[in-house]
Design a protein around this ligand. Sequence first.
Ligand SMILES: [Cu+2]
Length: 141
Amino acid sequence: MRSFRHTLAALAVICLATPVFAATRVEVTEGGEGGGPMTLTLDQSTIKAGETTFLVHNDAMSEEHEMVLVKLKSADQKIAVDTAKGRVNEKKLNSMGEVSELKPGADGGLKAKLVPGSYVLLCNIKGHFQAGMHAMLTVTK
Ligand SMILES: [Cu+2]
């Protein structure tokens, strides 16, 4: 009986130590003010497939930013910018959701179930994609 309890205790410890169903967490930092260079960076550029939580922080002083998650057909898919509008046409892309209009200093989150492939995260506020706000994410098996 005593060894049985020990076995149960040991199993409980193993279960707590290996959260099999825990979502992957990707931290996204956005920055840049109007008229200047802008950035969208990820704390990791390759992750495993599955439930993923994106935690997005707008580090800008005065500028609103957003984050759109797009699944690409291939790693080298070109993303066309409508230069008159200063934005990419999201309707032509496979958008998987977004964190819209984050105020300066604000945080937002997005959950998505990702399959292996190539993704891009971008800010589609006018002029921001062209100012540098995009980052690739590779999802592996
Ligand atoms: Cu932006």
